[in-house]
Each structure stands twice: as C-alpha cells, then as structure tokens.
Design a protein around this ligand. Structure first.
Ligand code: AGP
Length: 617
C-alpha cells in the first residue's frame, strides 16, 4: 500500500522518480506526487489519480535537480485529493516527506505541533510526522554538527511515532542528503555508484542496480552522494548487508501482454518449474527443501500444523490443509492471519506454524507470525519476495521463485503456493506412511503440471468466448468439493476483485443449505469436477442447479464420464493426480475472471479500492 521512490545521485531525478513510481503503481493509485530539491526550495507536483496524471502535471516544469522523493498513494487518512497526496512539506518549508504506513498517534502530534505554531493543510497522518521532523530539526542545538542535524532530527522524531512507516525525507537546507526509515512498512535501499535509491519494492530499483540493502524495522539510513550510514532510531550503528537481487528488469516488464494479470497467468508454466527446480530427491520419490532449518527428526515430532495468511494466500493454505492431511496424515488448521493474531488460539508444543504471503509484507500475516513466535512456536514461511520482512523474520521457509507478481489479482503466486503445498505434503508424507510408489507417482504428476498448464492457457480464446456470454451477470456461484472447494473460493475472489461482480464460493454440496436460493437464470454457477468417487455427487449438484434453470459453466478433467448436455459451457483440463489437480483447476478461473473483467471494461491490473500489498491493518 503506497509506493515510495527516492533518489540521490548525479542523474536528472524527475524521470527516475516517474519511472520508479510507474513500477510501484500496483501498490496504490489514488494519487501521486513528487518533489525535487532545488536551490530556491522544493519543487512540487501532485495530482489525484494515476502516475500518468502526475507525468502530465510534472511536464509543466523542468524539475532540474538530482535529488528527489515521490509517492503513489493508497488512501488511509483523508480523502483522495491533491492536498492529501504526498509529498508533504512542513509548514516552515524545511522538510519534505513521503510515507507508507499509518501514524496512529498523529492527532496527539498535531495538537502538540499546533501549540508550537505549525500549521496543517491536509487531513493526513503523514503531515503530522513531517511537521514533527521540522520541529526537531529546528530544535537541534547549534552545537550539533550540520552534517548530522537533519539525520538526528528524523531519528528523534521517529522515537515518538506509534504506528508503521516507510519514509523518505528531504531537508531544504541539505542539498546533498536524503534520509529514509522503516518500521512495519518495507523500504529497500538500492546501492549504485555515486547514486542511491530508496523504494518500497525492488521493482523500482532493478533498472539502476541489483545491489540492495533490505532495511529492518527501526533502522534509519542517511544518504549522501558519497555513501550511506544506517543507524537504529535508538542511535546504534548498524552494519548494513548488501544483497544481490535476482529479478531482472524484464521480469517486471509487460512485454507483449495487455495486462500484468494476463502475463502472469501465462507465466505459470515457468513459475511452476521454478518452484520445483532442484527440489526433488535423486530417487524421485520425495521433495527436499533447503531452508526449513528443521532436521528430519524435528519434523517427525510435528503433530499439528497451523497455516495462516490473508486473501488468496489463505486459499492456498486451505489447499495445503487438504493435501497435507491426505498425504502426510498430519492434522492441519487454517487461520485468517487477521483473526489469529488477536485471539488466543491454543497451540501445543509440537505444533508447527506456516505463514504464507506472496509479498512477505502483509501486515496481518506479519503480526500473526510475530504473535506465534512470541508464544515460542517454530514458524516457517512460504513467500515469493526474497528479503521481505516475513522471509527475514520467520525461522525458515520456502521461497516460491515465481518472479515479480505485479497484477493486483494474485495468479502465479497462488499456483506456485499450492504446488509447494503439494511438495510439502509429499515430503512430510514420505517421512511417515506414504509409500515409495505413491511418492514416485506424485513427483511425476507435479513435474507434468507445467505442461498441463500450457495446454490450459492455450484455450484462452475458448474461455474468452465463454466470458463474453456471461460477463453481464451480476452474481456468480463457484462450487467445488474437497480440494476444489478452495479453488471455488479463489475463483469467486478473482471475479469479485477485478470485475466487481458479486461471487461466492461454496463446497458444492453445501449449496443446498442456503445458496441454492440464489440460483436462477441470472446467477450462473461455475462447477469443478474430476473423475473419482465424488464425481457422481458433483453431477447431482449440477443437476440440482439445472433443475432450477441455473446456467452452469463446468470445468472438468478430460477423463470424466458425464451425461450429455449436463452443462451449458465446459472447459476441459488434463486429467491429473489429486496432488496436481488444484493447480490445473485454478488456471481456467483465472482466465475466465480476466476476460469477464475485460468485457466489462474494468481496469484489470488496478482494480478499484485495492492495492497489491496490504501493509495497513
Ligand atoms: C489476491 O488476488 C489479493 N489481491 C489478496 O487477497 C492477497 O492475496 C492478500 O492481500 C495477501 O497478500 P500476500 O500474499 O502478499 O500476503
């Protein structure tokens, strides 16, 4: 939520800021702004709407500087107005600030600062912090050497903040300095030669350098054109570790695709391959993971697993529950991270906790992780973003290696999470009762998944034609049984978030206990079916819908024997083992949602009210 880009170096800064914001726009797109340091003061441009609007607004002046900060906003405090857009400038004109997060005690700060003569021109929490830094800057004693006065003022101010922040700050008296800090919201330092960047995400950095420092909570960085220094807010020096980013610029480019969501759907054969690479045993009967930091002996002691996450990642946890209970026979519970952190869930000593998060920054998931760790539980993470806060704070885990996911609607991250869940189920199962032969069969099925996904995406035009038929309906049901139930939930969420159609996911049989009242010609149902013992039950559920004149789109495996004319429209997917089936069943609903949203003229990559990475509670 909210994207920050700051730059100090030798190049003209305006283009760097605008390009960086474009890459971070998925984090929020209510308004955007930038400020560039100039001798006569801060040059400022801000506008409601997208970065494209800001680019137009900024074209009106030259902005000649080489030091600047910028922001794309997902509104929390204060409406979507030019005045509330960042950067904010202190009322004495000394400090410019961009912020991602929430300053919870901003009202107290404002009251205090008003008594000191500071004034406010926005409704934001951020402006309070901006003026507080100006206050501390003005208060710094004459004895403090100039070089550290601004840096010290920022650090001192942050000691008074309750809440979360990723910030980049400029001072009107300091043409060669920028300060950044983080607590609870991501901030990454890009280390170039004679130039440095601050950004909420590496996507805005990789075009300039692959050397990065993942700042930690309570760290403040002081940047000049000659170098940087990291300290904690409590004034301890920190030895910053420079990491290498493996993502390339091309990974984050749209290429020939119309939208990131479509690109990422088509990326899935590759992202699934990446999730599996080097992770099967030599005998081809089990999986192996390098970063769990648990011995096989410790893993065998685990008698319960709690998975926790938000949104799509929570659906991935439900798939993990089904697969781990089926193949490893370990009881699994799935908790919404936002609930888990506030309730006193009893966990016993052999419980292992898994948090799942594409971004690794979702605040509720992070808080759930911290709460479980506080209670003394071993917590592992499944995350996509290397160096993210969850990746760093967990006791071990599994990287997804899905590459950057930029579309707000999660697609390739979800399928890579559920593939990893299958590998985990296999690994834990083989430590227990799952036979060698079953293990070999599962490994084979998982290795075939990328090829099967290629065949499904090749049906994009067929799915598009189905989407065109149903795009104007106002309600949808998604119905599936067993591991297809979480896929039904995910299908409903995908449709809701990008097309604004009301959609609900249910276990297919549960439909009779209420949702069946919604069935009519106006409310189509998307069903999932695969061959096996449950198929006839699903067929009966479909017939119950048809008997009430409900339209049915059926996604089924090619080996299903089905009565003629059962569904109005069908999407056939390859037959697969239960371990791989959830991945295959997901892809058609991603495409269906995408094309329905397109038919309705929705902004697929930037759906209203949403942001990619939810870093506020
Ligand atoms: C998915 O399409 C959503 N935009 C959203 O539900 C997302 O999955 C959720 O916010 C969790 O994000 P995370 O995986 O980055 O933690």
């Amino acid at each position: 939520m909210c994207g920050i880009v700051g730059y100090i170096g030798k190049q003209p800064v305006k283009r760097i800021l605008l390009e960086g914001l474009k890459r971070l726009e998925y984090r929020g797109y209510d308004s955007a702004g930038l400020t560039v340091y100039a001798q006569e003061g801060f040059q400022l441009a801000k506008t409601v709407g997208r970065v494209a609007n800001l680019t137009k607004a900024a074209a009106k002046s030259t902005f000649p500087g080489t030091l600047g900060i910028s922001h794309t906003r997902w509104a929390t405090h204060g409406g979507v107005t030019d005045a509330n857009a960042h950067p904010h400038i202190s009322s004495d004109g000394k400090i410019a600030l961009v912020h991602n997060g929430v300053i919870e005690n901003y009202a107290d700060m404002k009251r205090f600062l008003t008594t000191k003569g500071y004034t406010f021109s926005s409704e934001t929490d951020t402006e309070a912090l901006c003026n507080l830094i100006a206050y501390h800057y003005a208060k710094e004693t004459e004895g403090t050497p100039d070089r550290t006065r601004f840096f010290t003022a920022v650090r001192k101010s942050l000691l008074h903040v309750e809440g979360t922040y990723g910030i980049a700050v400029l001072c009107a008296d300091c043409p060669d300095e920028m300060v950044g800090a983080r607590k609870g919201s991501p901030l990454i330092l890009g280390v170039g030669t004679g130039e440095y960047l601050l950004a909420s995400d590496v996507a805005a950095i990789v075009t300039h350098t692959s050397n990065v420092v993942y700042l930690k909570d309570d760290e403040v960085v002081h940047l000049t054109r000659e170098g940087f220094q990291v300290m904690t807010t409590a004034e301890y020096g920190v030895e910053a570790k420079i990491d290498q980013v493996t993502w390339t610029v091309e990974d984050a480019e749209l290429g020939d695709f119309a939208h990131y969501m479509l690109k990422e759907i088509f990326d899935q054969p590759a992202s699934l391959e990446n999730a599996m690479r080097g992770r099967f045993s030599d005998d081809g009967s089990t999986a192996k993971f390098g970063g769990l930091n648990l011995t096989p002996h410790e893993l065998r002691q685990v008698d319960r697993i709690v998975f926790t996450a938000c949104g799509t990642a929570w659906h991935a946890c439900l798939v993990a529950e089904y697969l781990i209970e089926k193949f490893a026979r370990i009881p699994v519970e799935v908790e919404y991270a936002s609930e888990f952190r506030y309730r006193n869930a009893p966990l016993d000593k052999n419980t292992l906790v898994f948090v799942v998060s594409q971004s690794g920054e979702t605040i509720d998931t992070l808080a759930a992780l911290r709460e479980a760790q506080r209670k003394g539980y071993r917590c592992l993470a499944i995350t996509n973003v290397v160096g993210s806060t969850i990746a760093r704070e967990s006791d071990g885990g599994i990287y997804q290696h899905a590459g950057p996911e930029i579309g707000v609607a999660s697609t390739k991250a979800f399928t890579s999470q559920i593939l990893i869940a299958a590998m985990l189920a296999l690994y834990l199962g083989r430590m227990r009762d799952l036979s060698y032969a079953d293990g070999v069969e599962i490994v084979k099925a998982l290795k075939e998944a990328p090829g099967h996904v290629k065949k499904i995406v090749a049906q994009a035009e067929h799915i598009r034609s189905i989407a065109a038929k149903y795009a104007q309906h106002a309600d949808f049901l998604f119905l599936g049984r067993q591991a297809m139930f979480p896929i039904a939930l995910e299908g409903a969420l995908k449709l809701k978030e990008i097309s604004y159609i009301h959609a609900e996911g249910y276990p297919a049989a549960e439909m009779k206990h209420g949702p069946i009242a919604l069935i009519s010609e106006q409310c189509p149902s998307v069903f999932f079916a695969s061959s096996g013992e449950i198929l006839q039950k699903v067929v009966s559920n479909i017939q119950e819908v048809k008997a009430r004149r409900g339209k049915v789109i059926l996604i089924h495996t090619e080996d299903c024997a089905l009565p003629d004319g059962l569904a109005d429209d069908t999407i056939v997917i390859p037959a697969a083992h239960d371990a791989a089936l959830p991945v295959l069943a997901t892809v058609p609903v991603q495409l269906l949602s995408y094309y329905i949203a397109l038919e309705r003229g929705c902004d697929v990559d930037k759906p209203r009210n949403l942001a990619k990475s939810v870093t506020v509670e």
